[in-house]
Design a binder for this molecule. Structure first.
Ligand code: ADP
Ligand code: MG
Ligand code: ZN
Length: 484
């Protein structure tokens, strides 16, 4: 099946794609779901375990309230119904990464249900949001294929499962759904959603049906994708496979399939003939969790404006482009930083530009997060104003910002100390231009021979001579006149 594209029209006219996603995210709690072990990623194997999360008989789990709170934050963000009581159950099965023979999870009374997420102006239903504990992690030895190791640091880390309705209608829409979900979960600081570190994992269910059919087709479930792009590609591959089968009057077999990144194909992992019998029963050691309206209200106040509302307001209030809004609202702290800066210097577009192209660049280079940015929004606003009112050039502005990082001084202090005030004086600029023309005769010749770029070079030389202080617009004007 060389042709991976599903957009060849023929199938699209005949069949409709139906996708539902099951997403697991590790919650950003300090400690595990039912014990006080640390959840920190990347520590030495089996260094963060205790009898509770190791599943020793006779131990008692104690519920981590923080996990419930993060679950409720998610439920609110996904517009879910949050019942006044939810129940933890034991899901019984054995696997080497789950030696205690059961996983504490939720089943018939989950934390939340019946929500939706708006993706490209389409509401995609959220069936449920529930909490459970993560399992250990199997590490298959590369040296000896008969050996597998188990790291239990992950077992007992709070895991949240989000299940969508089968309402996603293309692989691209599935990818957009995941991008939006990740953005929102990061914004409300529920999970870092890092797919490489396994803090977000996604299983994708897909089926195909003729457009006029009311019933859903037989689905396959795909696992083992390690990026959103792989989710999209795996779904494209599966959609195509189903459509080929149906088109040749064959049946799709209900099964779980694994995505193979190397061959870019899916392969059967196990056939699901009947539902697994997990013998769900209420976890006897954890009483039902009551969630009062008051609690929900308090958590809602903690989030403040929901990410979807904030996005909408940023469009309206600041008149920014979609791209800019999406970057600035990707993190709560970043959005706060922007709003505070824009309250000191009321030119939101200019503030947004400086924030995205300059400040974020420097932060990235220095590996600092916006949370610990040493420059206050007030001082940042002052710098932007100095540039915007042409007191200093944009080039100096960037230098000043770097110096603000190093020294903690304000922009106006640095501008004063270093005498950076922009040169606006025509006579002074003209002097510099004449010097540059005299010193760069070959560039001047190039220009006269029709090489337009030579002008930028000459403007650059004037800027250099003025140590970045000459007004570049005036410089170019004067230079062009002199070159006539
Ligand atoms: P299972 O019991 O196999 O886990 P569920 O009915 O619980 O199946 O649904 C799991 C996920 O599969 C949900 O996200 C749901 O939207 C999706 N799903 C269910 N049926 C279909 C189908 N026929 N086609 C595509 N997705 C489906
Ligand atoms: Mg399933
Ligand atoms: Zn523990």
């Amino acid at each position: 099946m060389a042709d991976e594209s599903i957009n060849n029209g023929f199938y699209e006219k005949k069949y409709k794609i139906v996708i539902g996603l099951e997403i697991h995210v590790e919650l950003l709690t300090e400690s595990k779901m039912f014990c006080s072990c640390s959840t920190k990623f990347g520590e030495k194997e089996n260094s963060q375990i205790c009898p509770v999360c190791f599943g020793m008989p006779g131990t008692l789990p104690v519920l981590n309230y923080e996990a419930i709170e993060l679950g409720i934050k998610t439920a609110l963000t996904l517009n879910c119904r949050i019942p006044s009581e939810c129940i933890f159950v034991r899901k019984s099965y054995f696997y080497p990464d789950l030696p205690k023979n059961f996983q504490i999870s939720q089943y018939s009374q989950p934390l939340a249900s019946d929500g939706y997420l708006n993706v490209n102006n389409k509401k995609i239903g959220i069936r449920r949001v529930h909490l459970e504990e993560d399992t250990g992690k199997l590490i298959h030895s590369e040296k000896n294929e008969n050996v597998s190791l188990i790291d239990f640091n992950r077992s007992g880390i709070p895991l949240m499962e989000i299940v969508t309705e089968p309402e996603i209608s293309s692989p691209e829409e599935a990818e957009d759904f995941l991008l939006k979900l990740k953005k929102f979960l990061k914004y409300i600081e529920v999970s870092d959603c890092n797919m490489e570190e396994g803090s977000l994992r996604c299983d994708a269910n897909i089926s195909i049906k003729p457009h006029d059919s009311k019933e859903l087709g037989i689905k396959t479930e795909i696992k083992n994708m390690n990026s959103f792009k792989s989710v999209r590609k795996a779904l494209s591959f599966e959609a195509n496979r189903h459509m080929h089968l149906l088109n040749e009057n064959n049946k799709v077999r209900q099964e779980t399939r694994l995505w193979d990144e190397t061959s870019q194909t899916t392969d059967s992992m196990r056939i699901k003939e009947e539902a697994h019998d997990y013998r769900y029963f209420p976890e006897p050691d954890i009483p039902p969790v009551r969630i009062s309206r008051d609690t929900v209200e308090k958590i809602s106040l903690k989030i403040g404006e929901l990410p979807s509302e904030r996005e909408k307001r940023f469009f309206e209030q600041y008149n920014l482009s979609g791209y800019n809004v999406s970057v600035i609202t990707s993190e709560k702290k970043l959005a706060d930083y922007f709003e505070e800066t824009a309250s000191f210097y009321k030119e939101p577009k200019i503030v947004s530009n400086w924030l995205q192209t300059v400040l974020l660049g420097i932060l990235k280079e220095k590996n600092i997060s916006i949370n610990t940015c040493p420059i206050s929004p007030k001082n940042f606003a002052e710098l932007i104003e100095l540039v915007d009112l042409k007191k200093i050039t944009a080039t100096s502005g960037k230098e000043v910002l770097l110096e603000m990082f190093e020294t903690g001084k304000t922009a106006s202090e640095i501008v004063k100390d270093r005498q950076l005030v922009q040169i606006q004086d025509k006579d002074r600029i003209e002097e510099l231009v004449i010097e540059v023309i005299n010193e760069n005769s070959s560039a001047v010749k190039d220009y006269k021979n029709g090489k337009e770029q030579a002008v930028s070079f000459l403007v650059g030389m004037v800027m250099k001579k003025s140590r970045g202080k000459a007004d570049p617009v005036k410089t170019k004007e004067i230079l062009l006149k002199k070159l006539l």
